[in-house]
Design a protein around this ligand. Structure first.
Ligand code: SF4
Length: 330
């Protein structure tokens, strides 16, 4: 078991008998990863140095609150580069973009800040390298996710999407001897292992990526939620529904002992009925979630008698990334 730190929060207003011995297990690490921190700072600094409006292609990170807060400060979120007036400043989101998006930005004379997470860029480079060696690339990921669209754009002729173990039998490759796999950075570690095993069953010569594609932050948050889920009846994950790593945390919690697990954007979304008969609640948050939202959830839980919080640290984390170099030019 990881290192535990205790704290007691506000006074409960719920009836005594029901609320005795109620506690929260708070996962650590949780919340912001280095890639999200860098991307959000990139937009904030662009607004500060350049002034509004700053355009952002897609949600900078998949969190409702972060997007709303940046919008209030003058960021304008667009779906496609063509929506941006010529010559404007545009930030590309942490999930990465296909090369055609860079071309389009050039055509429109846009000034760009690329906030693609370096760990996504690493997967793009792996795709380019395998494609240059003429491999068929099996990209494990979720159909329609922005990161998958961006990575696929690096080598559309070579990449086949494998959306979980159910897709393994459907894959068609040119040469079964010349196949490699890559993955989205925010998948379930366990499910991806199962998918790769099934792929290797079909393609024994399958090449692995040079290093893990599922990023450190995704892996660490899953490790941490497993530890608290084993001891909690209920797990609350703070995060947005389009956040892949947050949704995975809910699944992992259910697979590792929690009777129930729910995703909430805000404390107000907690249904008090979820807490009936519960003594231990696990709390964690996705990699795109600011800590203030977790604080809100802890305050709400304290009102229901969960005023004792044990923080369980499963993995030490200290990753930082340098800011996008284009910011220096502003
Ligand atoms: S979740 Fe991982 S890949 Fe995505 S931004 Fe964070 S560190 Fe980068």
């Amino acid at each position: 078991m990881g290192h535990m730190t205790s704290m007691t929060r506000g006074v409960s207003s719920a009836p005594q008998t029901e609320t005795q011995n109620r506690r929260v297990l708070l996962a650590k690490p949780r919340g912001y990863c280095a890639g999200v921190d860098r991307a959000v700072q990139a937009v904030e600094l662009a607004l500060e140095k350049h002034g509004a409006p700053v355009y952002v292609r897609k949600q900078i990170v998949h969190n409702v609150h972060v997007v709303k807060t940046l919008e209030e400060r003058g960021a304008i979120f667009v779906d496609e580069t063509e929506e941006v007036p010529e010559g404007s400043l545009i930030v590309f989101s942490a999930h990465g973009v296909a090369p055609v998006v860079h071309d389009e930005a050039k055509r429109l004379s846009l000034r760009t800040i690329d906030a693609t997470c370096p760990l996504v860029t690493k997967v793009h480079k792996e795709a380019v390298r395998f494609a240059a060696d003429d491999y068929d690339i099996l990209l494990i990921g979720h159909e329609g996710h922005e990161e998958v669209i961006g990575t696929t754009g690096e080598a559309p002729e070579h990449i086949h999407l494998v959306d979980g173990p159910g897709d393994v039998d459907k894959v068609n490759v040119r040469d079964p001897e010349k196949v490699a796999w890559l993955s989205q950075t925010t998948l379930s570690v366990d499910e991806t292992i199962a998918t790769v095993d099934a792929l290797r069953g079909r393609f024994p010569k399958l090449l692995d990526p040079p290093s893990d594609d599922i990023c450190y932050a995704t892996q660490n948050r899953q490790t941490a939620v497993k530890e608290i889920a084993e001891q909690a009846q209920l797990v609350i994950v703070v995060g947005s529904t389009n956040s892949s790593n947050s949704v995975r945390l809910v699944e992992v919690a259910k697979d590792h002992g929690a009777d129930a697990a729910y995703l909430v954007d805000y404390a107000e979304h907690i249904d008090p009925a979820w807490l009936d008969g519960v003594r231990t609640v696990g709390v964690t948050s996705g990699a795109s979630v600011p800590e203030e939202l977790v604080k809100g959830v802890l305050d709400r839980l304290a009102e229901h008698g969960f005023d004792h919080v044990d923080e369980v640290e499963s993995v030490k984390e200290s990753m930082r990334f340098a800011l996008p170099h284009e910011l220096r030019r502003l």
